[in-house]
Design a protein around this ligand. Sequence first.
Ligand SMILES: NC(=O)c1ccc[n+]([C@@H]2O[C@H](COP(=O)([O-])OP(=O)(O)OC[C@H]3O[C@@H](n4cnc5c(N)ncnc54)[C@H](O)[C@@H]3O)[C@@H](O)[C@H]2O)c1
Length: 469
Amino acid sequence: MREIKPFKVAIVGTGYVGLGTAIMLAYLGHDVVGLDVDAAKVDMLRRGQLPIYEPGLAELMQQAGERLRWTTDYAEAIPEADAIFICVGTPPQADGRPDLKYVAEAARCIARNLNGKVQVVVNKSTVPVGTGDWVARLIEDNALEYHANRYFVVSNPEFLREGTAVHDSLYPDRIVVGGEHEEGVKRLVELYAPLLEQSFEAPEFAPRPQAYTRPALVTTSLGSAEMIKYAANAFLALKISFANEVANLCEHVDADIEEVVRGIGCDARIGPRFLAAGAGWGGSCFGKDTAALISTGADYGYDMPILQAAVTVNTRQRHVAITKLQRHLRRLKGKRVAVLGMAFKPGTDDLRDAPAYDCIARLVDLGATVVAHDPIAMDRARREWANLEYEEAPTAQAALKGADAVLVMTEWQEYKDLDWSAACRLMRNRLVIDLRGVVTSAPAATVVERVGRPSLGAPQDTTLAEGVA
Ligand SMILES: NC(=O)c1ccc[n+]([C@@H]2O[C@H](COP(=O)([O-])OP(=O)(O)OC[C@H]3O[C@@H](n4cnc5c(N)ncnc54)[C@H](O)[C@@H]3O)[C@@H](O)[C@H]2O)c1
């Protein structure tokens, strides 16, 4: 590993993004203190435990060793820091606008603890255009002793994906740094030098991909950097909604969305990624960020019909599983439905805006008994989905026992590897609604319904009101 110039870094907010950033920067050789207002979280981190599930992150944290500390105290983290990253949540409000109260509180607390040396305040949270200027003003208004040109606010949006955060942090496609002051941007570029030059030794458990060279460095104005994050997520959400829209049409005309995506994805202008039809997008970012962008448009009297349509298609897609179930089982009242997968995608325990939530809630509304399983997210669901009435199953097989149907909501490897023939034999009625493409052939006497593809095991529009067993 090449010698680096270690920065003193403070990370404010140690959630999915803050933790990933803190641990990655410490691994690269910086001296990092992670700060959170959640004392229970900080206690866990001090004990060397991670409050979230993220593959590889615990191993990376161990390797970062002494360079990583945790605190709840701004006075301990901020005064000495060269770079201060704001990584707090920006959850959606009812009108679609992100709630910036955590950003505001973080900015005020940072301001009160600045010490007059040159410090860069880095906005990593996803925030609407203009927030960087607002944070700069909050700092100016709240700093005990304000020194102009000593505090630079820079935007450095985060692109990591939960489930692959370690890989994404160490081998990003690009690093975006936006700011109005050359000095602030220069410092952040210096901080990221080991990543930009890929001069660090790759951890054994997260080797550098063979074809990977270096991330692109994209330096922009503050506003453009803020917009890049929203535009990127909106475009990805749009791709998925587009695939779902075409998939639904495929069902009408007897075409297969997987073949269609293979065909269009070979076109370099389109590419094959983010075109998986299924239960629709979810997670903490896409819904929130599309809504935020639309609301920014509204603030300027500007409609965003393409984005609106992407959201509408996604909302409709959330009902596909129920429609398919009703087509087969007719009434759902009194039926037992297994739900495999609660997290919005595999590799994470994040349940925010997970399609499985809507499905379970709707099934319960319609009078079905739901028995749910997730390899990782069940503990979190017990806390965060306490309002939902469902039974927990200790294993996927147990969920299927006596069920009238099973919905596959998350493509966990465990479900791909499941002995579906044996598991389906445990069902009362062998109906699989596979929204994630995990079942590749139909077990005996079983119907497997898919999204945008012919069903397996029986003609697509056969009605199975009496069951198939
Ligand atoms: N989760 C993702 O995959 C992802 C990816 C890219 C960008 N983002 C963006 O990054 C930001 C953070 O997302 P997240 O998923 O990590 O959120 P999170 O909810 O997991 O974590 C936020 C953390 O901030 C802490 N916090 C709140 N107020 C604080 C304060 N005043 N001082 C210190 N800590 C405080 C909370 O206790 C929490 O631990 C959001 O803007 C999000 O849109 C998230």
